[in-house]
Design a protein around this ligand. Structure first.
Ligand code: KIV
Length: 266
């Protein structure tokens, strides 16, 4: 890890890094993986509602409850020493009254290690973002493809409405968001948004011109069951590693080569 990455990441520092260097963000949902991801030097860790798909095995993120988010946020917050920890607000909480959203967001911020929340949505969330920011809750926006709207959209589609995305991004910035996730956008739209806003844009399936990138950890590690999105790159194939390790363990137990003397007490 470089000495710059070793510094504790705060919301103002994350924001200031726009245009200075590229920002890295990954999801994590539990203590051991969050610890390793933090040690590796990632700038921000998102406790994403993607856990509904990659941890709980659902086909979308809609089933995830706030109590489950808080549970995973607590595990991650306890592990992280340096990265900025951001907690996703799951469906449909972001669309409640601002005071209600604030009540929930405050529960996340009371957890050790947690510094911000992420809200999925566009300009319609301005009153909520303003209320949270006024109360001292840093908010990361999330525009472009909104997985929580999968049923309205009829599937996970690349967002190509440049005008809509730009309006959403500018409105969220104006409302006080400190950064924006841009998901599944034509690269040219992400490039334009990145140029027009003064806050960092963190892309996922939004091309190379964002200020930073985020991936779902299970996609990066090769642990996602089923097909991964086109934009994901697997840097490891852990499902295969785990399969082989467990098969070897079963063979060793069956053949009596484990446990050996060195694993036994006199
Ligand atoms: O829930 C999640 O993991 C996310 C990322 C895909 C940005 O929102």
């Amino acid at each position: 890890m470089s000495s710059a990455a070793a510094e504790v990441m705060t919301v103002p520092r994350f924001r200031r890094l726009k245009g200075r260097r590229r920002l890295t963000m990954l999801t994590a949902y539990d203590f051991p993986t969050a610890r390793v991801v933090d040690q590796a030097g990632v700038d921000a860790i998102l406790v994403g509602d993607s856990l509904g798909m990659v941890v709980q095995g659902h086909s979308d993120t809609l089933a995830v409850s706030w109590e489950q988010m808080l549970y995973h946020a607590e595990l991650v917050g306890r592990a992280v020493k340096r990265a900025l920890v951001i907690v996703d607000i799951p469906f449909p909480l972001a669309h409640l009254e601002p005071a209600e959203v604030l009540r929930h967001a405050a529960q996340a911020l009371k957890l050790p290690g947690v510094s911000a929340v992420k809200l999925e949505g566009g300009a319609e969330l301005v009153p909520v973002v303003q209320r949270l920011v006024q109360a001292g809750v840093p908010v990361m926006g999330h525009c472009g493809l909104r997985p929580q709207s999968v049923h309205r959209l009829g599937g996970y589609r690349v967002e190509r409405d440049a005008q809509q995305v730009l309006e959403d991004a500018l409105a969220l910035e104006q409302a006080g968001a400190f950064a924006l996730v841009l998901e599944c956008l034509a690269s040219s739209i992400a490039a334009e948004v990145t140029k027009r806003v003064a806050i960092p844009t963190i892309g996922i399936g939004a091309g190379p011109h964002c200020d930073g990138q985020v991936l779902v950890l299970h996609d990066l590690l090769g642990l996602t069951p089923g097909p991964v999105p086109k934009f994901a790159r697997a840097y490891a194939h852990l499902a295969e590693v785990i399969l082989q390790a467990v098969q070897q363990y079963c063979r060793d137990v069956q053949q009596g080569t484990y446990p050996g003397k060195e694993h036994s007490f006199d």
